[in-house]
Design a protein. Sequence first.
Length: 430
Amino acid sequence: MSSALPSTSSQATAVSRDRGDACPGTLRLHAADDGALARVRIPGGVLNVVQAEALADAARRLGDGDLHLTSRGNVQLRGLRDGCGGELAGLLDAAGLLPSPGHERVRNVVASPLSGLDGRGLRDVRPWLSALDAALCASDRARELSGRFLFALDDGRGDVTGLGADVTVRAAGDDALVSLGSVDDAWRVASGEAPRVALLAAEAFLDVARESGARVWRVDELAVPARVLTRVLDRRLSEAGVAHVKERTHTTRTDGPPPGLVGDALCVHVPLGRLTAPQWRELTRVAAPTRDSEVRLTPWRGVVVPVRGLGTTDTADALGRLSAAGLVTDAASPWPRVGACIGRPGCGKSHADVRADAADGLSAAGRSPLPLYWSGCERRCGHPRGERIDLVAVPEGGYRLTAGAPGGPTRTTVLTDPSHLATALAAITP
């Protein structure tokens, strides 16, 4: 039931949840039509080679063999067999992917994936990432956060600022700007205080939710004026002895890394976020001069492989191998502009095999002025933020196409035959 109280911003949606948070994790599996599903939180998307191999081993031994990337840079394992929860937890724990069982669903942190690799950010956010994850896992209070609550660490370039996080930390010279949801105010603090302030901001959200009696999972679901939230965080920062200045923010937002060589990194896009075992194996081979080498999963269903020190010939060879494995290495490819939920047969609520239809419509999507997202039903699972064309499967067959920016005018048409996608797109786009 929605409350009549004003929300934290004009973009917020006041809600009250009438059930507990059922978001899956690695210890709480979700039953899907293709078997059990586990969602493995990977803060910042950062995996060392040992952890990457452990995930692939778990998918091969227990699931469908593939790794499914999410819009938060996490990994889902699908098609898991019955009764494998204990074995899965053991595999992930041994690889260091389950540092705190009580916090495994709240370790939702996205971070600028090229931070420290291309010279564009104002600072490397990796120290923030390590400190925030450690603070989360050490906080009893943080266990109250829902599995949907999201932190974003932006190195100043503006890439993860636009992902709708509940707490966003953005580099600003020697300082950091910390903001809550879509609240216009931000708190300028010393850079070294940023991880602690991020956790205090999350605790301020929990305080306000408790005091208001609301059962909500995200900051923008709070049915309270923004000043209530800012006042609580001001008080928490003062009590913690954190010097801070409140200011209005106007941030420039950019996209995620394009496919190809960017600075000291190879960037690839994963079509529809599904990594096969051979593709994952090729990625880890490229990344593995040492066992401490890493890959970084992005919130745009891509992978960044740091290759500092790799020669021009070796870099070209690596890109060729990744492309041959079916990963997107060409920035001109239409694939980064196409997304889809799992659809049939994995989801019983889906009205269509949206991934097959998305692949069949790739050529038409490449000519569209807006990105496309295919959904099997009205829930639109995994739907990204921003302006795009929505294709939602309907029970009677076909799709409803909607184009337009959130909150703005929309144009709608019906697609009865996916092979006529180009014609439908022409009808609703300028």
